[in-house]
Design a protein around this ligand. Structure first.
Ligand code: SF4
Length: 174
């Protein structure tokens, strides 16, 4: 069910090919296909021919699927509101702890890989002397702090395994 919710919220933002969905979730094509079939059987998604590739399909949400996706994203938005009310030091500590937990779960293959700063080839951890903004995002060419660490960034590009390990060592060297 979490996979179906993830797929539904993803295609509500933008239609996607099954192969891209499998890559996003970090699961096999067969496993993604099972979740997609369940969504289609529940009337929440449609498989349509891909206009850019006659042999491929794209997955789109139905009206019911869009309604459900809105409800699914409402809860995280409420959580984000509560987080925004915290003092910035607490936000930074919480995000840093979350990043650590998610990475540990990913390494144990308990959850799919997320598009987090600490696995992104644009991430430059601890390159600035500024204690509030020690990191740098090469994509937007800007410094930022732990409170702005991204857990699911649209501009994320996965670093190679060795590069990601080095990024983590530097990030975790505090
Ligand atoms: S592109 Fe996104 S994930 Fe990558 S470093 Fe910049 S903010 Fe983080």
């Amino acid at each position: 069910m979490p996979a179906q919710a993830e797929i539904l919220t993803r295609i509500a933002r933008q239609s996607a090919r099954p192969a891209d969905i499998a890559a996003h979730l970090g699961v096999s094509a067969a496993s993604a296909s099972d979740s997609i079939s369940s969504l289609v059987a529940k009337g929440l998604a449609l498989r349509l021919p891909d206009p850019e590739d006659g042999r491929a399909q794209r997955l789109l949400p139905t009206e019911a699927g869009l309604c459900l996706a809105e409800k699914l994203t409402a809860a995280p938005t409420a959580v984000q509101g509560a987080l925004a009310a915290l003092p910035s030091q607490d936000q930074a500590a919480l995000l840093r702890a979350l990043t650590l937990i998610i990475r540990t779960l990913q390494e144990a293959r308990a959850i799919p890989v997320q598009r987090m700063c600490v696995t992104c080839r644009h991430f430059r951890p601890r390159v600035h002397a500024n204690a509030d903004h020690p990191h740098h995002c090469a994509f937007v060419d800007a410094a930022f702090g732990d409170a702005s660490l991204r857990l699911d960034c649209g501009e994320h590009e996965a670093a190679l395994a060795e590069e990601a390990a080095a990024l983590w060592r530097r990030f975790d060297a505090a």
